[in-house]
Design a protein around this ligand. Structure first.
Ligand SMILES: *[C@@H]1O[C@H](CO)[C@@H](O)[C@H](O)[C@H]1NC(C)=O
Ligand SMILES: *[C@@H]1O[C@H](CO)[C@@H](O)[C@H](O)[C@H]1NC(C)=O
Ligand SMILES: *[C@@H]1O[C@H](CO)[C@@H](O)[C@H](O)[C@H]1NC(C)=O
Ligand SMILES: *[C@@H]1O[C@H](CO)[C@@H](O)[C@H](O)[C@H]1NC(C)=O
Ligand SMILES: *[C@@H]1O[C@H](CO)[C@@H](O)[C@H](O)[C@H]1NC(C)=O
Length: 419
């Protein structure tokens, strides 16, 4: 009781200043083009994979027909390179007419007809990262244009903005203009990452007042090394980043690369589990038309998604570490007086054999009332009842893989019948 009350007060006091547009109460889920499809704009050379309305429509179809929408993935997000090379006669942005013959409005109608939401991309500064027209001098007009088209989410990048000190003013201006449209538009800001890159102190209170999600660190690439380097950054900065996360506001370690070229099945499970523990947006960047079932199953794992989408919105922390094993723990469901937890044991070892990891239950950072936990191993689908907090919990964890554990306070009937 005491612990939950204190936590609620802490979250409440931060939440009062958070961006108030009703969105991203849990980490947003969906699909985002960038990591997998980049700025591939030559539809003559590569009609199947070029950045075009057809690509987004096909991904929307897959989201609906292959179970992703039912699992919670709802945003279909365009990234860079969708625009025509100039603004129109009224200074408005418009989509490249050859690649987006229906225009963004037409694409939004299609996406909405599937029960999904559409995200779009711009940049602060005069050009996008790939040199397309961006919103620097036209924040208000562009906010209105996006709202007219029926856009539901906006990612605002920043790479061609030379003076990054102006971002503390420019991003909040965009927040105001988005709000003034009257359309709820989830705002994804790249601002803290650019400040970090330039050595400018980041004010996360200000960021959370103006953004629903925000990038903290470099772009993910298609490699396990990239995934690990991102995890390391969040561990290093966790004392700063954990307090700013909560319903409406999430740190964004960038896209899921599950089902792309590099991650093994074990590594894919590890990314999925870590992103869930971090309360990270789950934005897949992959080809849903060709993904194989073993990767699809990881993305659709209901128990891992439940950890990600827990309504308390708490970001997990690294609680234990040695050279190869890390333990990360996230508190869940603080609305109940007991509280559940989820943990990920991440094995960074490369020794070829699974590691036998043994940890005293208390050291997972789970705070008990009863002294006993029922521990569910998500990927092994196995429940271990009535584990004493002072006992060791042992599990085999594959190299560059994870064990995902969910801790439920032992219910009294188990304490009596299954000692
Ligand atoms: C605009 O901001 C106000 C006050 O923070 C909030 O109540 C309202 O829901 C916001 N509207 C939109 C569309 O974001
Ligand atoms: C697109 O690809 C085709 C076929 O490879 C090539 O002939 C054409 O020059 C390319 N167009 C552009 C604008 O690069
Ligand atoms: C954007 O263009 C305007 C008008 O041409 C110019 O004043 C401004 O300095 C430019 N901003 C950047 C970041 O280049
Ligand atoms: C950070 O932003 C908040 C909210 O706008 C503001 O009250 C506070 O003074 C800022 N902190 C610093 C160090 O500038
Ligand atoms: C790291 O921790 C794990 C789990 O407690 C243990 O199995 C392993 O032996 C440890 N490795 C080292 C080098 O301490």
């Amino acid at each position: 009781m005491w612990a939950s009350a204190v936590l609620l007060v802490l979250l409440g006091s931060f939440g009062a200043n958070a961006l108030d547009n009703g969105l991203a109460r849990t980490p947003p889920m969906g699909w985002l083009a960038w990591e997998r499809f980049r700025c591939n704009v030559n539809c003559t050379a590569d009609p199947k994979n070029c950045v075009s309305e057809k690509l987004f429509m096909e991904m929307a179809d897959r989201l609906v027909e292959d179970g992703y929408k039912d699992a919670g993935y709802e945003y279909v997000n365009i990234d860079d390179c969708w625009m025509a090379k100039q603004r129109d006669a009224n200074n408005k942005l418009y989509a490249d007419p050859e690649r987006f013959p229906s225009g963004i409005k037409g694409l939004a109608d299609y996406i909405h007809s599937k029960g999904l939401k559409l995200g779009i991309y711009t940049a602060y500064g005069n050009f996008t990262c790939q040199g397309y027209p961006a919103s620097g001098m036209h924040l208000e007009l562009d906010a209105q244009t996006f709202a007219e088209w029926g856009v539901d989410m906006l990612k605002m990048d920043g790479c061609k903005q030379m003076d990054r000190h102006t971002m503390k003013k420019g991003y909040p201006q965009m927040t105001k203009y988005l709000n003034a449209t009257g359309r709820p538009i989830l705002f994804s800001c790249s601002w803290p990452d650019y400040e970090r890159g330039a050595g400018i102190p980041i004010n996360y209170t200000l960021v959370a007042e103006n953004c629903n999600i925000w990038r903290n660190y470099v772009d993910i690439q298609d490699s396990w090394q990239s995934v690990l380097s991102i995890i390391d950054y969040y561990a290093k900065e966790q004392d700063t980043l954990v307090p700013v996360a909560g319903p409406g506001n999430f740190n964004d370690p960038d896209m899921l690369i599950i089902g792309d070229f590099s991650l093994s099945v074990e590594q894919a499970k590890a990314q999925m589990a870590m992103w869930a523990i971090l309360a990270a947006p789950l934005l897949m960047s992959n080809d849903l038309r060709t993904i194989t079932p073993e990767y699809r199953d990881i993305l659709l794992n209901k128990d891992v998604i439940a950890i990600s989408q827990d309504n308390a919105g708490i970001m997990g922390k690294r609680v234990l570490q040695n050279d190869t094993i890390e333990v990360w723990t996230k508190q869940l469901d603080i609305s109940t007086s007991f509280g559940d937890y989820a943990s990920v044991i991440l094995n960074r070892g490369v020794s070829g054999m699974p590691s036998n990891v043994s940890i005293v239950v208390r050291e997972f950072g789970v705070h008990d009332l009863m002294g006993f936990w029922d521990i569910y191993d998500v990927f092994q689908d196995k429940m271990h009842y009535y584990v004493n907090v002072d006992d060791f919990y042992s599990v085999m964890v594959n190299p560059s893989g994870v064990a995902v554990l969910r801790f439920y306070p032992t219910r009294l009937q188990f304490a009596k019948t299954e000692p």
